[in-house]
Design a protein around this ligand. Structure first.
Ligand SMILES: [Fe+2]
Length: 264
């Protein structure tokens, strides 16, 4: 499997705290059947700055350590970039790292809402041949309240990635239902671990695909896995037509009330 969102690189953010932990996380990923990991340290989230050159250096270092240890895992460079006012300028300055040098960029929304600039950012980046992937939209309060907000962003050309733990229900049944509903509407294109450590937010991807298979069928699993493969091969991501209307708004309102309890 391929995991497109993780905090495995040490000393960068609130993910792996040192090399020992990073290596232990890689072993955990391997045990779960993950072969390729895109390292996406936080960038410009108000707390961490991890420019492209720094990510590339650490990825090289980590890959050489994994090779020495004979682990069958390869790390690719990336970033999880918080949507911020100077994003386009920082992109032009070369500090932004796409996912494995593909045309896809992983963007994180603030958990409370969607910035008013988001639609413009998606549009401007698309003019530069960059496609936005929205990280864990299910954890955004505005999208939970009104999923049509995500639908609008997807219609503008963005893609979206669910967190594995949201799908499995480990962060609550309400968040799980919201995640599956978004998936059913074809508003989701990837699932990833967003792994930060070994226990609280681990490399556990296989279980989320099992849940998807059980609840939504094997075609959806193939679709999501193929998209992760396409991403690292820098091929066009497949999108299915959005299923319009019929969002169970009450469920989303309930999910919203549960979310603040479950997300830290
Ligand atoms: Fe993350």
């Amino acid at each position: 499997m391929i995991d497109i969102h993780s905090h495995i690189l040490p000393y960068m953010d609130d993910g792996a705290k040192d090399w020992a932990m990073a290596i232990a996380m890689a072993k955990q990923a391997q045990a779960d059947g993950i072969r390729y990991i895109v390292a996406t340290p936080h960038h410009r989230n108000g707390r961490y700055i991890n420019e492209s050159f720094k990510v590339l250096e650490m990825v090289d270092l980590m890959n050489s350590k994994l090779k020495e240890l004979d682990l069958n895992i390869t790390i690719f460079p990336g970033q999880e970039i918080r949507v911020h006012d100077d994003l386009l300028r920082h992109f032009e300055d070369g500090e932004i790292q796409s996912l494995h040098d593909s045309r896809c960029m992983l963007l994180e929304l603030p958990s409370s809402g969607i910035p008013s600039t988001m639609e413009d950012i998606i549009h401007e980046l698309s003019l530069m041949n960059i496609q936005v992937i929205i990280a864990h939209p299910e954890r955004n309060a505005e999208i939970a309240r009104d999923p049509n907000r995500l639908e609008r962003l997807i219609e503008l050309g963005a893609l979206a990635q669910l967190t594995a733990q949201s799908v499995t229900g480990e962060t609550g049944g309400k968040l799980q239902r919201l995640s599956l509903d978004l998936c059913k509407k074809n508003l989701i294109h990837f699932i990833a671990t967003d792994a930060h450590d070994l226990e609280r937010r681990p490399f556990q991807l296989s279980r989320s695909y099992q849940v998807i298979e059980k609840k939504l069928g094997p075609e959806m699993v193939n679709y999501l896995k193929n998209n992760a493969k396409k991403l690292v091969d820098n091929l066009e991501i497949t999108t299915n037509e959005i299923v319009k209307g019929g969002f169970p708004r009450n469920n989303f309102a309930k999910a919203l009330s549960g979310m603040f309890r479950t997300i830290k």
